[in-house]
Write a protein that binds this ligand. Structure first.
Ligand SMILES: Nc1ncnc2c1ncn2[C@@H]1O[C@H](COP(=O)(O)OP(=O)(O)OP(=O)(O)O)[C@@H](O)[C@H]1O
Length: 365
C-alpha cells in the first residue's frame, strides 16, 4: 500500500496550547484520483486535518508522505497542494482573471502563459465570459468557481476544499456538488473536502472519513458507511439508525441469527458483519429495514408494537413506535403499505426485512 498512496498520514497528532487535542494519532492513505470527504461533528478535527495536509499547521507527532516522500517539514507553497477556502479568499480589487492568475504569480512564468492558463481554468469552471469582471459583482456560486479556478490553475496533485459549498443556498449547493464531482472526474485530481453535511459527503465522495474527537472512526465508501458502520458513533451519525441490544441466537457459514427487541432475523455473514467481541452487542437496523404489518398477532420472528406517532416524509411515512419491552423504534414505511388511518395507539406486527444489511456493533463506543 505504501507506494499506492498519493498522500499518507502516518500516526499524525496535533496538540494545541492548553492540552487541547486537535488530532489524536491519525493514520490515513489517500489514493491518487480519489474524492475523499472528512466528515464529523463540530470540533472533531476536520479542519485541523486539512490544515496539517496544507502545511498551515505542523503536527506535534507523526509525518506526512506524498508519493512516499516525507513532506512534514515542507512549507505550504512547497507542497503540491492547493486549498479552496470556505470564504473563497478572493481579492476584491482584482478582476476575475487576475484573481485566477494570482495563483501562478509565485511561479516564474511568462505573462502570456499565465493568461493562457487562467483562461483555460476559467473555461473549466464555466466562467470564460466573466474574465474581466470585478469579483464583487459575482454571485456566491460564481465566486466559488473563481476560487476553484484559482486553485486548479496551479495543477496541484491534491486539492483541499474547506466547506466549499457552505455559503450557498440549498439549490445552488446541490448543483455545485454535481459540478465539483464532474470537475474532479474530468481532471483526475485528488480532492479532499471538509464538510459537516452528511448528505453532501454521501452523494459526492468516493470515500468518507468519519471523525470524532480527533480520531478516525471509519474510512469507507458511502455505501459501506451506510450499510456496515463500524462503530455506534458512525451508525448514529450517518442517517437514522435503530440501535437495539441484541444477542446471537445461532450462526452458520452464511448467516448469523440475531435476536433483538423480541424479533429474530438473519444477518448475512461477510466482510464488515463479523460479530464483535464482548458480551454486549447492539444491532443497527435502518428504519427502512423495519417492516410493519397491520396484523393483530405477530408472525414468526416478528414482535408486537404500538404506534406512538407518524410523520410525513414524502414517499415514505416515518412511524415511531414502541415494542412490548418499551424499546423505541423508527420504521420508514412506503405510503400505502399500511392502512391510511394507522396512528397513535394502533397495534402493528414488527419485523426486520429479509436480506436487510444490519450492523452488529459493540455496545460500548
Ligand atoms: N488554533 C487553535 N488553537 C487551539 N485549539 C484549536 C485550534 N484550532 C483548532 N483547535 C481545536 O481543535 C479541535 C479540532 O478543531 P477543528 O477546527 O479541526 O474541528 P472541525 O471538525 O473542523 O470543526 P468545525 O466543523 O466546527 O469547523 C477543536 O477542539 C478546536 O477547538
Amino acid at each position: 500500500m505504501a507506494n499506492e498512496a498519493l498522500l499518507r498520514l502516518e500516526r499524525v497528532s496535533k496538540r494545541f496550547g492548553g492540552g487541547i487535542v486537535g488530532l489524536d494519532d491519525i493514520s490515513l492513505d489517500i489514493a491518487e484520483g480519489e474524492f475523499l470527504s472528512l466528515l464529523g461533528p463540530s470540533g472533531c478535527g476536520k479542519t485541523t486535518t486539512l490544515r496539517v495536509i496544507a502545511g498551515f499547521e505542523s503536527p506535534t507527532a507523526g509525518r506526512l508522505l506524498i508519493d512516499g516522500r516525507d513532506i512534514t517539514a515542507l512549507r505550504p507553497f512547497a507542497r503540491p497542494v492547493n486549498t479552496v477556502f470556505q470564504d473563497y479568499a478572493l481579492f476584491p480589487h482584482m478582476n476575475v482573471s487576475e484573481n485566477v492568475e494570482f495563483g501562478l504569480s509565485l511561479r516564474a512564468m511568462a505573462s502570456a502563459e499565465r493568461k493562457r492558463r487562467a483562461s483555460e481554468a476559467l473555461a473549466r469552471v464555466g466562467l470564460s465570459d466573466k474574465a474581466g469582471q470585478r469579483v464583487q459583482a459575482l454571485s456566491g456560486g460564481q465566486k466559488q468557481r473563481v476560487a476553484l479556478a484559482r486553485a486548479l490553475v496551479c495543477e496541484p496533485r491534491l486539492l483541499l476544499l474547506d466547506e466549499p459549498l457552505s455559503a450557498l443556498d440549498a439549490n445552488l449547493r446541490e448543483q455545485m456538488q454535481l459540478e465539483l464531482k464532474r470537475l474532479q472526474r474530468d481532471l483526475g485530481t485528488t480532492f479532499v473536502m471538509v464538510t459537516h453535511d452528511q448528505t453532501e459527503a454521501l452523494s459526492i465522495s468516493d470515500r468518507i472519513v468519519v471523525m470524532n474527537r480527533g480520531h478516525i472512526e471509519q474510512a469507507a465508501s458511502p455505501a459501506t458507511l451506510y450499510d456496515r458502520p463500524a462503530t455506534r458513533f458512525v451508525a448514529g451519525f450517518i442517517g437514522a439508525m435503530n440501535l437495539l441490544p441484541a444477542r446471537i441466537a445461532g450462526a452458520d457459514a452464511a448467516t448469523t441469527t440475531v435476536t433483538a427487541g423480541g424479533m429474530t432475523f438473519p444477518v448475512a455473514s461477510g466482510p464488515g458483519t463479523s460479530v464483535p467481541p464482548g458480551p454486549e452487542i447492539v444491532a443497527g437496523i435502518r428504519p427502512e429495514d423495519v417492516v410493519l404489518t397491520a396484523a393483530e398477532e405477530p408472525s414468526a420472528g416478528a414482535t408486537a408494537g404500538v404506534v406512538d406517532n407518524t410523520s410525513f416524509h414524502g414517499r415514505s411515512l416515518r412511524v415511531h413506535l414502541h415494542l412490548a419491552d418499551g424499546t423505541a423504534l423508527m420504521a420508514d414505511v412506503t405510503r400505502g403499505t399500511l392502512p391510511p388511518t394507522v396512528g397513535q395507539g394502533d397495534r402493528v406486527s414488527v419485523s426486520v426485512r429479509a436480506g436487510a444489511a444490519c450492523a452488529l456493533l459493540p455496545a460500548a463506543g
